[in-house]
Design a protein around this ligand. Structure first.
Ligand code: CMX
Length: 142
């Protein structure tokens, strides 16, 4: 079902501060950043310098609005790991396979994720306490 670990997402209160921390402490660089209004996030994808292998990225997620998912997460837990994202080739097929196993998907239909990927989430209560994102990357990379 899963072809790669796409990214690990960390909830942060301030995106620019978190980018600077990851850069100055660990030497990670920003590969991509954007605002996703539907998901209520400002986000950045980080990777090790020079990495072009498609290795697992680190996603920093900052709230765009007070009522967003990430704002709620930060209020409840503080900053920290928020999600684990698995890459799949066909998100609908993955959704169907997981539903058939009795897992709850958060959305009826895939939504738009980072860089025009198509995404859905498995409810953390059905995945060992981990919010699992399914990511079908946009065709032709981005
Ligand atoms: N990881 C693990 N467990 C989580 C969790 C997370 N990120 N978020 C919530 N939970 C757990 C809580 O601990 C809580 O457990 P208890 O009842 O035992 O205390 C339970 O789930 C319900 O938590 P809640 O605080 O009431 O949260 P909600 O049910 O309102 O929301 C969820 C949880 C998963 C439905 C919501 O976070 C969601 O819709 N997530 C998907 C969208 C998302 O994360 N978007 C931001 C990222 C965008 C992107 O990646 O592009």
């Amino acid at each position: 079902l899963v072809t790669a670990i796409d990214h690990v997402g960390i909830a942060v209160p301030d995106l620019d501060e978190a980018i600077a921390f990851q850069r100055d402490t660990f030497g990670l660089e920003v590969a991509h950043s954007e605002e996703n209004a539907e998901q209520g996030v400002r986000e950045a994808m980080l990777r090790a310098p020079g990495d072009t292998t498609g290795a697992t990225q680190i996603q920093l997620l900052a709230p765009l609005r007070e009522d967003s998912t990430i704002a709620k997460f930060l209020d409840k837990n503080g900053p920290g790991l928020q999600q684990l994202a698995y890459r799949v080739t066909d998100v609908e097929a993955a959704m169907e396979a997981l539903r058939a196993k009795g897992l709850r998907l958060l959305y009826d239909q895939p939504r738009r994720g980072t860089a025009d990927s198509r995404i859905n989430f498995v409810h953390p209560k059905d995945a060992g306490g981990v919010l699992v994102e399914l990511v079908e990357p946009a065709p032709h990379g981005h």
